[in-house]
Each structure stands twice: as structure tokens, then as C-alpha cells.
Ligand binder design. Structure first.
Ligand SMILES: Cc1cc2nc3c(=O)[nH]c(=O)nc-3n(C[C@H](O)[C@H](O)[C@H](O)COP(=O)(O)OP(=O)(O)OC[C@H]3O[C@@H](n4cnc5c(N)ncnc54)[C@H](O)[C@@H]3O)c2cc1C
Length: 817
């Protein structure tokens, strides 16, 4: 009996050890042989065993007996992919997402990636022209009075090269790193969304980026210097009324034909399009246009439907209609429709020339990741930084119930949450921009960054609005939150609307691209044949099975050992060591669950967007946690920032756990779900939401002047002038400097030494009774004046000043005439 129990225990231990360390098939075979030798020397049993062992260990036999049959079935069930789907899947690169998908992230590799740094020239640009541009922007004037950037701001943007940050120096551009590009957009976003978006768009997916990758030398030499110097204002027009998220279905078309161009007969195309939502479109001089090109007369070759094509069209071309504007939630960056009917253009307007006719989708997908990794994640971080800094200041200046509202627990909860989200967002921004600078075009990671940074910005702005109360609602020059609240859905919607990004792209693309074996299996099935396909598929599928087994065992072992065996980097701060272990555990659980979901649902998983979205959430949380832990190391383990890391990481791990729980609760195969739950959560769900005490510490960082607050809002434009946010900064400093005086006044009132009459100046009363000095009174008065200015909200005449504005305009026109 004891011997049997020992044997069973030894078998379990061997299974766990082999599985945990991902042992090769040969080791499994030897272990099985040892077990069999213990049980029997029966020739029949050994005969069967040897046949099995030979089949499993000899690739040729394994292929003939097993994996070729799986390949045949796999080929039948694998859904066909359209060319556009294939190009989307193939686009970009994989990076840290592949480690998270492996179930065994190599933390040493991540921490060895050098901390991204700005060059001296980039820093000087931020401290000079960017600072200056921010100071030139008055958001109320831009968003309400002018509904555009003032002409001098436009000119400054062009003159200083803001529109050519990604264009190399040899073409006259600034040739900035992704990190610098991100830092510029972030700083501008803390001052004016219109300025930030106007700068962001030409540096994201559009004419410059496409020209750099695919343009002919002639196109590059002509356009890039003009784009760099702002002599051309570019836009990129893909979206049509009928094709938004499903952009590959654009109905806009071009027909290859002969025509006359500048007096000569040339081969060209007649293009008809109707686009909407195009940023910078109303003022663009150069229209990047996507349409489907057809060649019915076979002037270019055999194919009739050449596919999506991208061309550069000067907007001065007869038949190009631009100029009308949309009004995207009062964010007044230039945005509008444009259209043209049968506009003739030469074939060499196609980006890359006629050889690139029909390759537009591949070009767009290939260039999408870099821009998506920077633009919207970065502007969202900018928004969050400004919100945390201003809301913290306001919560310290604004008092109710004789207490600064930031010290009331309910407000503290929202503020602490904002601060922790902001830290994690900045960490993600920097790590992601750093990856782009390493040459990555991180397809899945850019989708994660886009979705989660914009969503966290939305959480931050909702909290900020709540904390500001009526002050955030009444628009005017004294409201620094309302416009941010209005503009948030723009970031949510563009460059892949968020619902689609979460439910279709993050896991959908990740499961194929970042998974170590799925793409290999698919390529073997669809793109290879004969022995080559058989060999490749056999290798991929056997490795894949081992990978599933290893991750299942690891998930369970980590579960029963409370993550004690989870991988950690060689050198990390002791105070964050356990977070690496937890993340390693969830990475193994995620990798196992992802494979089991694909096994259980196959191609249908693509349509099960609720499941796919939650799997994407797990992957995303692991990425965000990785970025946060790396940022802590890269910044030199700043102990004061620890509450932000603790809150953020714990919150993200908890959300990852709950997303797994939701996948399991909704798993279509119930028996398998039970098995998975038992494997992943053998001792139940152990991750808990962040503690209130951590939340309080995070709020304190936002409420207290000091290095941690400066780091948290680092890189934003800190207003110095006499505008609303400048006065808020001054009021914040004054409120803190006056705390001792306020305390004296409070005690004096409490002890009845001064009896404030309605409307009385209690500071003056205290000074008259020598309870505070004359200097203290002066300081207190100044603070009170600033406080009153900060809590002020704007009001307007009945017609919101329209009559006055019309009068002013008329006077100006008369003067001009
Ligand atoms: C202010 C602004 C600026 C823009 N700038 C540009 C620009 O410069 N150039 C350009 O070409 N385009 C631009 N766009 C277009 C933008 O990219 C599209 O708005 C976006 O792709 C979504 O398309 P849609 O608005 O038509 O929404 P729809 O496609 O109608 O989508 C509606 C909802 O359905 C969801 N959805 C759609 N398909 C799926 C799916 N398969 N699974 C789950 N959910 C799905 C979406 O997530 C969204 O929530 C801009 C848009 C705006 C509002």
C-alpha cells in the first residue's frame, strides 16, 4: 500500500517537474520507461510502449502517424483569411507581448533594455520651442473665440518644424526619436488639445510616414522638405461614410485610364471619393488619399481589381473639394469631409509609384503601429498629467466643511486613483516609445497602449470632473477640465475605435502574432505544402503541445504555492520583487487559458468578442504592470513613488484575475471551464483590490508639493502666467504656505478670541488683536485673493456675447476695408 502511494506520488512529482521545466519528449519517454519498469517487465506492455515511444520521438514516424493527420484536419477547419486580414496580421513586430504570451516572461531581458532618454537637442526643443508654443496657446480663445489656432500659432508650428518631427534631418526635418516625439505631443496636450492634435497628425500615419517607407526618391525629395518646413499641410483620408471601422471596405475608387496632364497624354487614374472626419483636411494642401484602384482596360497588367491604393493629391488640383468642417465636440482642431468626382491624376501620384498600386493596405498596416504607439497614448498621458496636477491643486485650495476637499475621503479616493493611473500611463508611454526607438513596430502593444491609455484618461477626466463639481461644468476661461472632458471621446474613437480595438485586435492579433507557435502552424497549413509543410507543422504543433502542458503545470504550481516560484529578475528592487512573481504567475495562467480557449472555440473565438476582449484585458494588464515595474527601476527606485506602483500594480493584477474569472464563467465548454478554474485558481482567487491606505498615499502625492508630484506631472507645461491655471498653481503654493496662519485663525475662532461677524475679514480681526503679524496678514490676504480667483466660474450675457462679438467683427471688417 505504502509502495503504491509512493509510486503514485513519484509519478505526480515527475509529471509536475517535467511539465514545469518544459522537458523534451525524450525525457518524458525516459520517465515513463522508469515508471513502467517499476510496474512490469511484460513483453507485451514493453512492446506497446516501444512503439509509442518510437512514434513520439522519431519525427518522421510522428508525422506519418499523428501530426500529418492533424494538419489535414487543421487545414479544413482553419478559416480562409482575406488579403487585407492577412496584411493586418502580418504587419508590425512583436516584442514584450511575445514574452507575456510565452507564460514565462524573461524579466532580465526587459530590465536590461536601457531606459529611454532624450538627447540634449531634443530636451532643448522641449524647453525652448515647445514651452514657447504652449505659452502662446490660450485654450478658451482657441476653442471658443476663434475656433481655430491663431495665425501666429500656426506660423510658429510651421516655422519651428513641429510638423516634421519624424522626418529625417537630411530632408530638413527634426529627425526626432519616438520618445522625443511623444514628449512634445504630451507637453502640448497639457496646454491645448487643438495644438497637440494639429502637430500629432502629420507626425503619425500619413503622407510623411508613408513617403519615408514607400515613397520614390523623387517623391521624397519633393515632398519631405516641404512637409518638414510646414510648406505643405498634410492630411490622410481613409474613412468614408460607409467605411469607418471596416476601413478596408472603402467604396472610393480610381479607374486606370489615359488622360491629359500638363498638356501631355499620360497614364493616370480617374478617382472618385467621399471622405469624412479627416483631421487637418479642411486646411490641407496635400491630401493623402486611400481608394480602391481598378484597371478594367488592363493598362497596367492582368489584374482588374488592384486593391487599395494610396496617392498624394495636392488639394489645389481641380475637382478636389476641401474646406468644410466638422465640429468634434468643441475640440477645434481642423477636421472635416472632402470629396472629388472623376478627378484625373497621373499614376506617379501613387505613393511609391505605379509598382505600389494596390499595395495601400499593406502600406497602411505596416506604418500603423509606430503612430498608434505614440499619438493617442501620449496625448492621453498629457491629459492625465495635467488633470492630476490641477485637480490635486484645486482639491487643496477648494475647502468645504472647513476642510480642503482633497482631505475628504470620498474625494481622496478619486484623486488617489487618478494619480496611480497617471503613473502607470506614463510608464507605459515611455516603455512603448522606447520600443519604437529600438526599431520595433509593435502591432499588438500599440493597440494595448492606444486602448488602455485613452480609457485611463477617460477614468481620470471623469474623476477630475467629479472633484471639480460645478467648477468643471461651467465652461469659460476659468474652467481647465471641461474641454478635456469633451474631447476625450475623440481619442477613444480614432485610430481604431476602442470597442473594436479591445475586442477584436488586442487578443485577436496577439493570439496569432505574439503566440510562439500559432502563426507557424497557420503558415505551414496555408502557405506551405508537401514535406516542408509536414516538417514545419510537426515541429510547431509538438512544441505547442509542450507549451500548453508547461503553462498548465506552471499555472497550477504557482497557484498552490501562492506564486512563490514565479520568475523574478536577477536584480530588482526587493520591494517590488513579489509583483514580478505575481505577474509571472498570471502570464502562465493567461498563456494556458489562451491556448485552451483557442482549442475549445477554434475560429469561433474571433466572433466571441466578449471572451476575446477579456483575454485581451489580461494581456494588457500584464503589459501595463511590466511597464510600471520597469519604470520604477529606470527612474532609480524612487521610494516616494512606491504608493503609486503598489496601487497601480495591485489594481491591474486584480483586474487581470477578474478578467480570467469572467472568461471561465462564460466559457462555452463547462467541464473544461471547471478544470481550468481548478488549474488556475487551485486555492481560489487571491488577488485583492488595492488598499485604502495606499489610495490615501497616492492622493497625498497629488496634494503635496514635492519631488514625487513633480515626477508624476513631469514633462507637462506648468503655467507661469496670470491665466486660470497659472493662478491655480500660485493659489496651491499660497494655500500650503498659509496653512499655519489658517490654523491660528481657526483656533482663535474656536477659542472665541475672534468672533467673525457676517462679512467680516477674520484675518484683519486677528491682526488687530495681534494674533497674527502684519506680514502674516498680507500673506493670508494674497492667498485669499488667489483662492477666490480659483473658485470663480465664468458667466456670460444672455446671448453669450454673440452681439458683442458680431459688433467687434463688423468693426474689424470696416477697419480692414
Ligand atoms: C475627430 C475624428 C478625427 C478623425 N481623423 C481621421 C483622419 O484623419 N483620417 C481618417 O481616415 N479617419 C479619421 N477619423 C475616422 C476614425 O478613424 C473613425 O471614426 C473610426 O475608425 C471609427 O469609425 P466610425 O466612426 O465610422 O465608427 P463605426 O465603424 O460605425 O463604429 C461604431 C462602433 O462599432 C464598433 N465596432 C465596429 N466594428 C466592430 C467590430 N468588428 N467589433 C466590435 N466593435 C466594432 C466601434 O468600435 C465603434 O464603437 C477620425 C474620426 C474622428 C471622430
Amino acid at each position: 500500500m505504502l509502495a503504491t502511494a509512493t509510486f503514485v506520488l513519484a509519478c505526480i512529482a515527475a509529471f509536475l517537474a517535467l511539465g514545469y521545466f518544459g522537458a523534451p519528449i525524450l525525457l518524458w519517454t525516459l520517465a515513463a520507461a522508469a515508471g513502467l519498469a517499476y510496474l512490469t517487465f511484460s513483453p507485451i506492455a514493453w512492446g506497446v510502449f516501444i512503439v509509442f515511444a518510437a512514434v513520439l520521438n522519431i519525427p518522421l514516424l510522428r508525422r506519418l502517424a499523428i501530426t500529418d493527420h492533424i494538419l489535414a484536419v487543421y487545414r479544413r477547419i482553419l478559416p480562409d483569411m482575406s488579403q487585407t486580414e492577412k496584411e493586418a496580421i502580418d504587419a508590425g513586430t512583436v516584442w514584450w507581448d511575445a514574452d507575456l504570451f510565452s507564460g514565462r516572461p524573461d524579466w532580465n531581458k526587459l530590465l536590461a533594455v536601457p531606459a529611454p532618454r532624450l538627447s540634449a537637442e531634443e530636451q532643448a526643443f522641449l524647453d525652448g520651442p515647445v514651452e514657447e508654443l504652449c505659452a502662446m496657446c490660450n485654450d478658451w480663445e482657441i476653442t471658443h473665440e476663434r475656433q481655430d489656432l491663431p495665425p501666429q500659432v500656426w506660423q510658429y508650428i510651421k516655422d519651428k518644424g513641429f510638423l516634421g518631427m519624424i522626418i529625417p534631418k537630411k530632408y530638413g526635418g527634426l529627425g526626432f526619436s519616438a520618445l522625443a516625439h511623444s514628449a512634445v505631443v504630451m507637453k502640448l496636450s497639457t496646454r491645448s488639445s487643438a495644438a497637440a492634435i494639429s502637430v500629432m497628425v502629420p507626425n503619425s500615419l500619413g503622407p510623411a510616414e508613408l513617403l519615408l517607407h514607400y515613397g520614390t526618391d523623387e517623391q521624397k525629395d519633393h515632398y519631405l522638405p516641404r512637409l518638414a518646413k510646414g510648406q505643405e499641410i498634410p492630411c490622410f483620408a481613409l474613412t468614408s461614410p460607409e467605411a469607418g471601422s471596416d476601413a478596408a471596405s472603402i467604396p472610393d475608387y480610381g479607374i486606370v485610364c489615359r488622360g491629359t496632364w500638363q498638356g501631355k497624354e499620360v497614364l493616370g487614374m480617374r478617382v472618385t471619393w467621399d471622405k469624412r472626419y479627416i483631421t487637418l483636411g479642411p486646411v490641407a494642401t496635400l491630401l493623402g488619399l486611400a481608394f480602391r484602384l481598378y484597371d478594367p482596360q488592363h493598362l497596367l497588367g492582368e489584374k482588374e481589381d488592384l486593391g487599395i491604393t494610396c496617392a498624394l493629391v495636392p488639394t489645389s488640383t481641380p475637382g478636389v473639394n476641401i474646406g468644410r468642417r466638422h465640429m468634434p465636440l468643441n475640440a477645434v482642431f481642423q477636421n472635416g469631409p472632402n470629396h472629388g468626382r472623376d478627378v484625373f491624376m497621373p499614376l506617379d501620384w501613387i505613393i511609391g509609384g505605379k509598382d505600389y498600386a494596390g499595395k495601400g493596405w499593406m502600406m497602411l498596416m505596416g506604418c500603423l503601429a509606430a503612430g498608434r504607439a505614440i499619438s493617442l497614448p501620449t496625448s492621453s498621458v498629457g491629459g492625465a498629467k495635467a488633470l492630476v496636477r490641477f485637480t490635486g491643486a484645486y482639491a487643496r485650495v477648494r475647502a468645504q466643511f472647513k476642510t480642503p476637499i482633497g482631505k475628504l475621503e470620498g474625494v481622496e479616493e478619486a484623486l488617489g486613483r487618478m494619480a496611480a493611473h497617471c503613473y502607470m500611463m506614463d510608464a507605459t508611454r515611455i516603455m512603448t516609445a522606447g520600443a519604437v526607438d529600438l526599431g520595433e513596430k509593435p502591432a499588438v502593444i500599440s493597440a494595448i497602449a492606444k486602448y488602455h491609455m485613452t480609457e485611463r484618461a477617460r477614468l481620470c477626466v471623469n474623476d477630475a470632473m467629479d472633484i471639480h463639481g460645478g467648477k468643471g461644468i461651467c465652461l469659460g476661461p476659468n474652467n481647465w477640465v471641461g474641454r478635456g472632458y469633451q474631447v476625450t471621446p475623440v481619442a477613444i474613437t480614432v485610430e481604431g475605435a476602442n470597442i473594436l480595438t479591445r475586442t477584436l485586435i488586442i487578443f485577436g492579433q496577439g493570439a496569432i502574432r505574439a503566440h510562439p507557435f500559432v502563426l507557424r502552424e497557420m503558415r505551414a497549413a496555408k502557405e506551405m505544402s508537401g514535406a516542408e509543410a509536414s516538417r514545419e507543422f510537426d515541429d510547431a504543433i509538438t512544441s505547442h503541445i509542450g507549451h500548453v502542458l508547461t503553462n498548465g503545470v506552471r499555472a497550477w504550481v504557482h497557484g498552490v504555492s501562492s506564486s512563490r516560484l514565479g520568475q523574478v529578475p536577477r536584480d530588482c528592487a526587493p520591494e517590488t520583487r513579489h509583483y514580478y512573481r505575481f505577474t509571472s504567475r498570471l502570464s502562465a495562467a493567461f498563456a494556458f487559458l489562451a491556448d485552451m480557449s483557442m482549442l475549445a472555440m477554434g475560429g469561433a473565438l474571433k466572433r466571441k468578442e466578449k471572451i476575446s476582449g477579456r483575454l485581451g484585458d489580461v494581456l494588457s494588464m500584464l503589459y501595463l504592470v511590466s511597464a510600471t515595474l520597469k519604470h520604477y527601476e529606470d527612474q532609480g527606485r524612487m521610494k516616494e513613488d512606491l504608493p503609486l506602483i503598489r496601487w497601480g500594480v495591485r489594481d491591474a493584477l486584480y483586474h487581470a484575475q477578474m478578467a480570467i474569472d469572467q472568461v471561465l464563467s462564460n466559457f462555452p465548454v463547462k467541464a473544461l471551464a471547471t478544470f481550468l478554474r481548478w488549474t488556475i485558481f487551485p486555492l481560489g482567487m487571491s488577488f485583492r483590490p488595492p488598499l485604502d491606505a495606499r489610495n490615501r498615499e497616492c492622493a497625498q502625492i497629488a496634494l503635496t508639493p514635492g519631488a514625487a508630484r513633480e515626477r508624476l506631472s513631469g514633462g507637462m507645461y506648468v503655467p507661469k502666467g496670470d491665466d486660470a491655471t497659472g493662478r491655480l498653481e500660485a493659489a496651491f503654493t499660497a494655500a500650503i504656505a498659509c496653512e499655519a496662519i489658517d490654523e491660528k485663525l481657526r483656533k482663535a475662532v474656536k477659542k472665541g478670541k475672534i468672533v467673525p461677524q457676517p462679512g467680516a475679514d477674520i484675518g484683519l480681526l486677528a491682526k488687530e488683536q495681534n494674533l497674527i503679524s502684519a506680514d502674516e496678514y498680507a500673506q493670508w490676504q494674497k492667498k485669499e485673493a488667489l483662492r477666490k480667483s480659483v473658485i470663480k466660474v465664468d458667466d456670460f450675457p444672455q446671448d453669450f456675447g454673440r452681439a458683442e462679438l458680431a459688433q467687434e467683427t463688423e468693426t474689424r471688417l470696416v477697419k480692414a476695408a
